[in-house]
Design a protein around this ligand. Structure first.
Ligand code: OGA
Ligand code: NI
Length: 360
């Protein structure tokens, strides 16, 4: 009943693996007390969120196809403010067929229900696969989740050894969804480029070629949601993240002005957030925001995060067009691959990775 967690070890130049429990198996045992490895320190426990009911902005993507230029401009203004002040929004009317989104949720649910030995055929190695990422030591507190992490685009970067063959429509569904998500990601970034008057495609192509990875998250019910986290506080290392979340179960919280705010599911919507790479390229016009996931006592939850990012060899840094005397350069330029090594070589820790690239 053990699974793998992997972390990149810079001293060895390769990944290290740690045995960790399969959370779904633990959850099925109806434990009276939780293993110590999941119990958070007092200050990390999610006991402070019930009072903050605010909603993140909702962007109607249909407006960008409108014949009325004023409708379009109004929505663009909303999008810009959402990305500046929240770093998060929910996109509706985004054009991705509901049937495809339901198909994605369906394949995750079916994969989760497979016998453990079938799932362990895809056990995590070198970051990809079924397990947990970001486990940097034997005694680190673990997240209450099982994850399947895959590279989805470009197709030649896929490692099919990690792509489940069950359910039978897994591969084809992910293939179709990945393409749709990439189109939507490009649309959003081209709108933001228009707004910041960045006439190049630097936001869209993120200083070079782009790729996409995917994390399918399964959060089993947890007997003590007050003591654990489904996912530790972090910002995403992506350019843009497009998340399909469970319609029924609330779990995602974002940190707004120092307070944790739950994101209420809107059926059919996607939750979209700015990742560290767009924060860097936009020289902090747009910011990546810390978020975390909490668990539920009686309900499980799934989510599917698609990360639209520069490919490994890209040199990423603030767009020169956005730097002047009033707006000094805030980040060092780095190679994307090195950023990912840093990101994958430690536990998830808020915005620690991007801090590392800041010019002080
Ligand atoms: C992630 C993430 C949120 C969720 O996978 O990076 O933040 O709701 N997921 O599962
Ligand atoms: Ni995230």
């Amino acid at each position: 009943m053990f699974n793998s967690a992997t972390v990149f070890d810079p001293s060895e130049g390769s990944s290290k693996r740690f045995p960790i429990p399969v959370v779904q198996e633990l959850a099925s045992q109806h434990l009276h007390s939780l293993p110590q490895r999941f119990i958070r320190s007092e200050k990390e426990r999610p006991n402070d969120f019930s009072h903050h009911q605010m909603d993140i902005p909702i962007i109607d993507m249909g407006m960008f196809l409108s014949d009325s230029e004023s409708c379009r401009q109004q929505e663009l203004e909303k999008l810009d403010i959402a990305c500046k002040q929240w770093g998060f929004f929910q996109a509706v009317n985004h054009g991705i067929p509901l049937s495809l989104m339901q198909g994605m949720k369906g394949i995750v649910k079916e994969f989760v229900q497979l016998p453990l030995e079938e799932k362990l055929k895809y056990e995590m190695k070198e970051i990809e696969g079924y397990g947990q990422t970001f486990v940097a030591s034997d005694d680190q507190i673990l997240d209450w989740t099982d994850t399947l992490f895959l590279t989805t685009l470009p197709p030649e970067n896929r490692n099919m050894n990690f792509w489940p063959t069950k359910p039978a429509d897994f591969r084809e569904t992910v293939d179709q969804y990945a393409v749709e998500i990439q189109k939507l990601g490009k649309t959003i970034l081209s709108l933001l480029s228009e707004k910041v008057e960045l006439k190049t495609d630097r936001l869209i192509n993120m200083c070079g070629k782009t790729g996409q990875t995917m994390r399918m998250n399964y959060y089993p019910p947890c007997p003590r949601p007050d003591l654990v986290l489904g996912l530790s506080p972090h910002s995403d290392a992506s350019g843009l993240t497009l998340l399909l979340q469970d319609d029924e179960t609330v779990g995602l919280h974002i940190c707004k002005d120092g307070k944790w705010i739950p994101i209420q599911p809107i059926p059919g919507a996607l939750v979209i957030n700015i990742g560290d790479m767009i924060e860097v390229i936009s020289n902090r016009i747009y910011k990546s925001i810390e978020h975390r996931v909490v668990t539920n006592r009686d309900r499980d939850r799934i989510s599917i995060a698609m990360f639209y990012s520069p490919s490994g060899e890209c040199e990423v840094g603030p767009a020169p067009e956005l730097i002047d005397e009033l707006h000094p350069c805030q980040y060092r330029t780095f190679i994307r691959k090195d950023y990912m090594r840093q990101y994958f070589s430690s536990k998830l820790d808020g915005k620690a990775s991007i801090e590392f690239t800041k010019i002080k």
